[in-house]
Structure formats: C-alpha cells, structure tokens
Ligand binder design. Sequence first.
Ligand code: NAD
Ligand code: UGA
Length: 319
Amino acid sequence: MRYLVTGAAGFIGSHLVERLLAEGHSVVGIDGFVDNYERELKESHLALYAKHPQFEFVEDFIERLDLNAVLDGVERVVHLAALPGVRSSWGSSFEDYASHNVYATQRLLESALHSGVTRFVYASSSSVYGDAADLPMREDARERPHSPYGVTKLAAEHLARLYHRNYGLATVSLRFFTVYGPRQRPDMATQRFLTAARDGTPIMLFGDGEQTRDFTFVADTVEAMVRAAERGHEGAVYNVGGGSTVTVNQLIEAIEEVSGSRLQVDRQGAQRGDVRDTCADTTRARADLDFAPTTPLREGLERQWQHILASAKPDTQKT
Ligand code: NAD
Ligand code: UGA
C-alpha cells in the first residue's frame, strides 16, 4: 500500500512512519516544520527513515502544496499534521491553529476526492469533548470543546464527516487521549517531568494536580491508526484511550519511581483551556477495530525514561 502521512516529522507521525515502513508499505511524508518546537528535534525524527528506499519526504505546509501531485498513487491517508497544544491556542496564535488544523484539513479532503484514496484517517482529539458531563467519554456524547485548539480539532472532524456524507470519501476519525512515549513533544507534561527528573530542574504543576488524563502509549495509538486504515467503518469516529487514567499527582509519583529521583514542584494556577478529566470509553474501537491498548503506564514511562536518558542534549521547554 502507498500511504500519505502528514505531520511525518512530528512525535506521533514519526512512530507511524516507522511502523508502516517496517510492514513493507511505501510512505510519502509531509511536514512543514511548524515552529511549535525545535526544528532540530523534528529533523532527528525524520533522520530515522529519511534514507529508507520506500520513503519520500515533501517539506511544506499543506495549505501551500500541490496536493494533487502529492496524492498521485496514494491509497491511504493518515492526517496527523496540526498545530497541537491546548493551553497555547489562545490569542493571536489562533490564526495559525485555524490555518494548520482547519483550512489544511479541508484542502486535503478536497484533493483526496480527486485521487485514488480509499481510506482517510483523521487524527482527532479528546479535546473535542471539553469538560464532559459523563465519564468515561463516549463518541455519541455532545462535544463542547474547552479550548480554541479543541474547537479547531472538532471543526476538522466535522469536515471529515461532511466529505464522507456528501461525497462518500471513506473517512475515519480517531480521538486520541494524551499520547506519551519516546519522542513526545517537549511541551507535554510527561516529557517535561521526565526531563526535569534527569536534569534535576523544577517542574511546573498546573492546578491542584488532581485532574485526570487517560494517558495512551504511542505504540497503542499507532496500532489504532493502522487498524483504522485497514478496517475502520467509513464515516466513523473512535476513541483511542490508553486505559491508564490517573491524576497528574499520580503521574508525578510514577515518574519519581521510574527515575529514582524526587521532583521539585513549582505550583502554578490552573491553566485556561485545560479540562478537568479525560477518560475514554473504547467499546466502539474494541468492537469495530478489535483494538485494545496493551502498554500499562509504568511500562510506557520506563520506555520514555530510557529514551530521554539516551538523548544527547536536554530538551528545551516552551510554555
Ligand atoms: P507534533 O507537533 O509532534 O506533530 C505534528 C507535525 O505536523 C509537526 O511536525 C508539524 O511541523 C506538522 N504540521 C503541522 N501543521 C502542518 C501543516 N499545515 N502542514 C504541514 N505540516 C504541518 O504533534 P503530535 O503530538 O505528534 O500530534 C499529532 C496529531 O495528533 C495532531 O493532529 C494532534 O492534534 C493530534 N493529537 C495529539 C495528541 C497528543 O497527546 N500528542 C492527542 C490528541 C490528538
Ligand atoms: C494533550 C496534547 O497536548 C493535545 O495535543 C491533545 O489534543 C490532548 O492531549 C488530547 O488528549 O486531546 P494534555 O492532556 O493537556 O493535552 O497533555 P499534557 O500537556 O501532557 O498535560 C497533562 C496534564 O498535565 C494537564 O492537566 C496539564 O495542565 C498538566 N501539566 C502539563 C502540568 O501540570 N505541567 C506542565 O508543565 C504541563
């Protein structure tokens, strides 16, 4: 199969590209090196497969590319490119969120109509739910995003559904829940906390730490994407959770155990856009995709810790 993976130099995209190449697929990757974190880090991801004979790379924003040329011969699209991050989506940055997350998705969907694409998997987010009235979160619950980022992820998910309903494009949306693991984005809690444990620097804890997240190991997220591309029901939306819902305080304790060091905690106020709790009901993904997460939090943290220890230079942080 020939896949297009957008966001191929990013955290999740880099793991997906490795998996697809290992399975013998050919992959064309797009990445525009958006400056949400260091280009150097994204280049280090790309370097893992840049020379693979079955991999081609196109560097630009989806908004500017000749997508008909890129989609030539592509059968399956996994659309991961987006400006991520809940807390940084306020104010003037929203223009970039709207362009990279909404406009880029519409352009890609439109071009996919005129190509040989048989499956279009869109990387959605638990942020579409907002502060849900009922936990665990089910796909048929009313979406009420709590951040501008969540609004853009929901808008793009709606676009995917519209292109399915109106044109019959075989779209599948996966709502990921706080993905962690090696190569995680430097702005995310687990990467920040493990890096601080290595470097002996303080961490920032937002709010009281009793907020919960359904942390999902990246290999489990990749497994769900592969299954969705193969057999996801057309037009469907699936939660992809890790089955490891813990509080941020419990995450800190687990990181202290894994790293063998005590974290210095600098307490900050709760952040605008952060929801209190996330927890995925994965019944639908189990039924249609036969998907179940397999990596417990402790094991996933250990793998991310080993990767951080092996990294040459401390990752810089961006608020
Ligand atoms: P990431 O920033 O590491 O990767 C995204 C990549 O897309 C980046 O390398 C960026 O340069 C590229 N990109 C962004 N907009 C682009 C555009 N318009 N054209 C070309 N390239 C573009 O982020 P990630 O954590 O790997 O997230 C990947 C996807 O998964 C995103 O869509 C995000 O919304 C979604 N998601 C992530 C999480 C998580 O916990 N990491 C959870 C839910 C959903
Ligand atoms: C993550 C991703 O960043 C989003 O791109 C994604 O869409 C979202 O998951 C999702 O599930 O849809 P988030 O849950 O905020 O968002 O992930 P983290 O950055 O790892 O934060 C987890 C928790 O730790 C939050 O409550 C946050 O406030 C807290 N945190 C984060 C801190 O206390 N300190 C930090 O330095 C960073």
